[in-house]
Design a protein around this ligand. Structure first.
Ligand code: FMN
Length: 400
């Protein structure tokens, strides 16, 4: 994405450097525009060093005396896929809400057709003022997104709402707001399972597997970004993705119950969780003591979540399954597809520890038409986006 990052004159301006760096590391091109007041809090040199792109000042069209002057505010307005103002002062909110264009940033904001996102930061009294709230209301009515400030102790020593939102959350909001929506997934409810399940033997021991949940979490992000209303049922310890309704579960039984409560209202299911196949027959309330010689652990089957949900699939619903296979990948995936009545199985090669917790991965979709071209190998965030684009395209073809 090509992002214009507007930085206005608040104490939180120093955090915009971290945001610029984060966005650049995620592969985005970031060009910063500093207001006059913003340039008193952070220097252009810091920003150009972090982004590798030019940083612009407060005055538009500084080349106006050249033979062929560039019309900078229009060029930047066209260049942007998204304009984010972080931090946004009360002043810039007021200017943009009322169509004022008195410096480069406010002029670009008026000229651009790109999505706009605001992350305000200010003293609590300013934030609570009806004028600021009315300006925000107006900006929202233009289709702009607002990442609300957090509560806490501010630089002025007061406590209350007004601190700049977490930088990682702002980066996620930029991703959501700047990603084009997919027609067949926009506004659709997608239920996603992710992570390992844990089957307890006693208060300290558990049976689990090597899944981290990273791939399922990236899928939740990727479906969220193209406009789906994602509900994530998550096992394991990884943090829930921003902006995704998440239910945390521990055992396969808990995962089944959480999914059953949501399946009827969903349009689709993405079953990416690594669900334990067995659990101990009995859960001991006390820690089991060791004994001499061979010890036996009796295991029983856990519920087959995918089969149970897929068995209740309506004709307007779809189900994507995952298969982690270490041999005969396509054969096993085809069998799973048919046995469980799935729309597609995405096959993961887990031989030699591949896939679990690894940075890059590849997935081969298998449908009723057979194996499809492999997606990846790619880092998991990009792979998840490739899966969503592949599946969105297939849903589009079905609708037409
Ligand atoms: C030390 C200092 C800190 C400031 N912090 C904020 C702030 O956090 N939020 C805000 O809305 N204004 C803050 N201001 C006021 C703005 O800098 C002032 O309204 C300025 O005109 C904003 O210009 P700009 O929106 O073009 O950047 C602060 C001013 C000073 C001197």
């Amino acid at each position: 994405m090509q992002i214009i990052l507007g930085i206005t004159g608040g104490v939180a301006a120093y955090k915009s450097a971290e945001l610029a760096r984060l966005l650049a590391n995620q592969g985005h091109r970031v060009r910063c525009i500093l207001t006059e007041a913003g340039s008193r809090f952070i220097t252009p040199l810091t920003l150009t060093s972090l982004t590798g792109e030019p940083c612009y000042g407060a005055n538009p069209d500084q080349g106006e005396w050249r033979a062929q002057p560039s019309i900078e505010h229009i060029e930047l307005a066209r260049w942007a896929d998204l304009v984010a103002v972080v931090p946004a002062t009360a002043n810039i909110l007021g200017k943009a809400a009322n169509g004022l264009a008195s410096d480069l940033l406010s002029t670009v904001l008026l000229a651009t057709q790109a999505p706009v996102l605001w992350a305000p930061a200010m003293n609590t009294g300013m934030w609570d003022h009806p004028a600021v709230q009315a300006n925000l209301q107006r900006l929202r009515s233009f289709g702009h997104a607002v990442v609300e400030p957090a509560a806490g102790i501010m630089a002025c020593g007061e406590e209350g709402t007004g601190k700049l939102a977490d930088v990682a959350a702002i980066a996620e909001a930029i991703q959501v707001h700047g990603t084009p929506k997919l027609r067949c997934l926009n506004g659709r409810r997608v239920l996603i399972t992710a992570g390992p399940t844990r089957e307890d033997l006693d208060p300290v021991r558990t049976l689990t597997n090597r899944s981290t949940g990273a791939m399922g979490i990236e899928l939740a992000r990727a479906f969220r970004d193209v406009g789906a209303q994602v509900q994530l049922v998550l096992g394991g310890d990884l943090a829930a993705p921003w902006g995704v309704e998440t239910v945390r579960v521990r055992s396969a039984q808990q995962m089944l119950e959480a999914c059953e409560a949501r399946w009827a209202d969903a349009d689709g299911l993405v079953a990416a969780a690594a669900v334990a196949d067995q659990r101990p027959e009995a859960l001991s309330p006390e820690k089991v003591k060791k004994s001499d010689g061979i010890e036996t652990l009796n295991l029983v089957r856990t519920p087959d979540i995918l089969a149970q949900l897929s068995g209740r699939k309506r004709s307007d619903q779809w189900v994507l399954g995952f298969a982690a296979e270490s041999e005969k990948h396509l054969e096993h995936a085809k069998a799973k597809l048919e046995k469980k009545g799935l729309d597609a199985v995405l096959v993961n090669d887990v031989q030699h520890g591949k896939a679990f917790g690894a940075q890059a991965n590849a997935l081969t979709p298998v449908t009723a038409q057979g194996a499809q071209p492999t997606l990846g190998p790619l880092p998991k965030d990009q792979l998840a986006r490739a899966v969503v684009q592949w599946w969105g395209h297939r849903l589009d073809l079905r609708q037409d």
